[in-house]
Design a protein around this ligand. Structure first.
Ligand SMILES: CCCCCCCCCC(=O)SCCNC(=O)CCNC(=O)[C@H](O)C(C)(C)COP(=O)(O)OP(=O)(O)OC[C@H]1O[C@@H](n2cnc3c(N)ncnc32)[C@H](O)[C@@H]1OP(=O)(O)O
Length: 177
């Protein structure tokens, strides 16, 4: 079920953590992916492939495209208000994606069973109804916030906890992979 406190349909979610490679504004080489809440348990997102995202000359690296899918699928956590991490991410690369392309992503939750959240996503070239370039099916596993405290590096955890911006500090730990 969509959580009662989930962001409204159409609302931009913003970065959950400034240093996130997927969405963080403070990561110069990151994807700067922008996700927006959709209806029900769905999310849309966009990211533009830049030269620093290349694998082959002029083409996006497959791992970068998988990151875009992972980030979009992870953003579904905001709608469930559940802390969850990627356990499994199965990706189909259907078309090459040239540098300069804006990838339009759409993701939705397909099932929830206990701690397991199943979801699916597509990435389309140039427009929300453009040709499909990538697809993914994912399994996210719900975890406690302790997951990040126990496994994260002290330096970054302390920096996030000491962030003078109260909203950023809360977002980094509220619903965060
Ligand atoms: C909202 C903010 C926006 C967020 C966007 C960011 C998106 C980016 C998200 C990420 O990339 S997160 C980073 C990448 N992922 C990780 O680092 C996770 C590393 N893995 C782990 O920490 C643990 O393996 C994990 C917490 C996922 C599971 O360990 P647990 O010991 O808590 O669970 P357990 O092994 O007991 O498994 C729980 C259930 O999940 C199932 N499961 C776990 N991993 C699985 C797997 N890989 N494949 C299939 N099933 C899996 C497992 O079989 C079991 O099913 P049952 O309940 O039916 O028995």
């Amino acid at each position: 079920m969509r959580h009662a406190d989930a962001p409204a349909p159409g609302e931009l979610l913003g970065a959950h953590y400034g240093q996130c490679f997927g969405c963080g504004g403070e990561q110069p080489h990151g994807l700067h992916l922008a996700a927006r809440a959709g209806e029900g348990l769905s999310i849309t997102a966009e990211f533009t492939v830049r030269p620093e995202h290349q694998g082959a000359p002029g083409l996006a690296h497959g791992g970068v495209l998988a990151t875009a899918l992972d980030e979009t699928l992870g953003s579904l956590n905001w709608l469930l208000r559940t802390i969850a991490v990627t356990g499994r991410l199965e990706t189909d690369f259907v078309r090459p994606v040239p540098v300069g392309t804006t990838l339009h992503l759409a993701a939705e939750v397909t099932a929830v069973a206990g701690r397991k959240i199943y979801s699916t996503a597509t990435g389309r070239i140039g427009a929300p109804d453009g040709p499909v370039a990538v697809r993914a099916d994912a399994l996210f596993i719900e975890v406690k916030v302790d997951h990040f405290i126990d496994h994260g590096r002290e330096e970054e955890i302390q920096a996030a906890m000491n962030d003078p911006d109260q909203i950023r500090r809360a977002r980094a730990f509220e619903v965060n992979p």
